[in-house]
Design a binder for this molecule. Structure first.
Ligand code: FAD
Ligand code: DHB
Length: 394
């Protein structure tokens, strides 16, 4: 049997960053991931880091490549029909965001663990946390053909929405508050220079569209589609046509290019009633998920582990106050994030086909009205700028 202070399940951004924080704080840990390292690195997901997230990565010496290669954006464009306007975060709230793919964050974190020689096990099977409601939690797993039984002081579930850790919490305690959406995102990655200097979020009668990027030569774009759509029905031509149509504005052209990845992701909002159960603590998607429109999923995971890492360090030094307060503090911030993500999602998407035509028209035009209000109101723009660039992690 092995022994550690913290056993972490899941090597996504939450688990990997928590490991880096614990290492910096001198707390020993074991990190177990059931996918291969290559698989974790190949998952294309989020792309925008809040200023607060960049600050956390800097604090632990993890921001070097991010500052070299990340694209600092001082604002975003919002668009209603063909009417596009800029929301200038720097001018409105004095803050920026950094466009840097989640995969790059994950790669930086993995490399840091390589340098530290951390106990990180990829490709583990039979990952079984247990005993979290008693005094003797264990994490059992098999890695590289060897069976492990790790006795831990604390287990952290950083294993995402479909992970095993949240299933250890009784249903009536986990009790997630949830809502679904009648829309999904079709996302593409394309080998073409972005046609915009900053991100464009557009509402069009056919649905939402977005233009993001990963680098000066790689574009990331999204289209709202019905959740029942099959990606096989979306040829590259059809995707570019949809994007051209929805993002069109006078005097601007969207340059298409070879699509290297495409997939459809459904949208959901969910928040567990607690992130703490006995010796188990949830962080990131394991505890909550947001629809992607506010670019908050990755940032919320970073915020959770910044709080949890500091609390676990205090716990190791004999003070349990911050760990006892973790769930409440993280959820208080998370509900603000949920509210903003829901606001951005409702603002920018058209209702699904099940909604009657007259109500669809009403909802669409009221959203156009709201976007025009934002366009003309510094207060409304500050409301968006402050939340998009990220609330304090406290
Ligand atoms: P994850 O990244 O999900 O990491 C959890 C890890 O745990 C995974 O590596 C998983 O393999 C591992 N794991 C699961 N079960 C087990 C187990 N039983 N044993 C061991 N390991 C386990 N957010 C945005 O802001 N913008 C986006 O565009 C965006 N796109 C997304 C697209 C997709 C398809 C998905 C799923 C999410 C997207 N998100 C996006 C959300 C964002 O990527 C997540 O919020 C972020 O990854 C959360 O990090 P995490 O570490 O908490 O969870
Ligand atoms: C990206 C994803 C988002 O959800 C978002 O709001 C902005 C950008 C991206 O993948 O680049």
């Amino acid at each position: 049997m092995e022994r550690t202070s913290v056993a972490i399940v899941g090597a996504g951004p939450a688990g990997l960053l928590l490991g880096c924080i614990l290492a910096a704080e001198g707390v020993d840990f074991v990190l177990v991931e059931h996918r291969s390292r290559e698989h974790v690195l190949s998952r294309i997901r989020a792309g925008v880091l809040e200023q607060a997230s960049v600050d956390v990565l800097d604090r632990y010496g993890l921001g070097e490549r991010l500052h070299r290669e990340g694209l600092v954006h001082g604002g975003v464009y919002l668009q209603a029909g063909a009417d596009r306007f800029h929301v200038d975060f720097e001018e409105l709230v004095g803050r920026t965001v950094t466009v840097y793919g989640q995969q790059q964050v994950v790669l930086d974190l993995m490399r840091h663990h390589d340098e530290l020689g951390s106990a990180v096990h990829y490709g583990a099977t039979d990952v079984m946390p247990s005993g979290v409601d008693g005094d003797d939690p264990h994490l059992r797993f098999t890695a590289d053909g060897e069976e492990h039984d790790v006795a831990a002081d604390v287990i952290v579930g950083a294993d995402g929405y479909h992970g095993v850790c949240r299933t250890l919490i009784p249903d009536e305690v986990l009790a997630p508050a949830e809502r679904g959406y009648d829309a999904a995102w079709l996302g593409i990655l394309a080998d073409v220079a972005p046609s915009t200097d900053e991100l464009i979020y557009a509402l069009h009668p056919d649905g939402f569209a977005m233009h993001s990027m990963r680098s000066p030569s790689v574009s990331r774009l999204y289209l709202q589609v019905d959740p029942t759509e099959d990606i096989a029905d979306w040829s590259d031509e059809r995707i570019w046509e949809g994007l051209q149509e929805r993002l069109a504005t006078p005097g601007w052209t969207l340059t298409p290019g070879p699509i290297t990845e495409k997939s459809i992701t459904p949208m959901r909002s969910s928040v567990a009633a607690t992130l703490a159960y006995g010796r188990l603590f949830l962080a990131g998607d394991a505890g909550h998920i947001v629809p992607p429109t506010g670019a908050k999923g990755l940032n919320a995971a970073i915020a959770d582990v910044a709080l949890l890492g500091a609390a676990l360090a205090e716990h190791a030094r004999g003070s349990d106050g911050p760990l006892g307060a973790y769930s409440e503090r993280a959820l208080a911030r998370q509900w603000k994030v949920q509210s903003f993500s829901q606001f951005m999602t409702d603002l920018l998407h058209t209702p699904g086909s099940a909604v009657p035509a007259d109500e669809r028209a009403f909802r669409y035009f009221s959203r156009v009205g709201q976007l025009r209000y934002v366009q003309g109101s510094r207060y409304a723009q500050q409301f968006i700028a402050e939340q998009y660039t990220g609330l304090a992690i406290a």
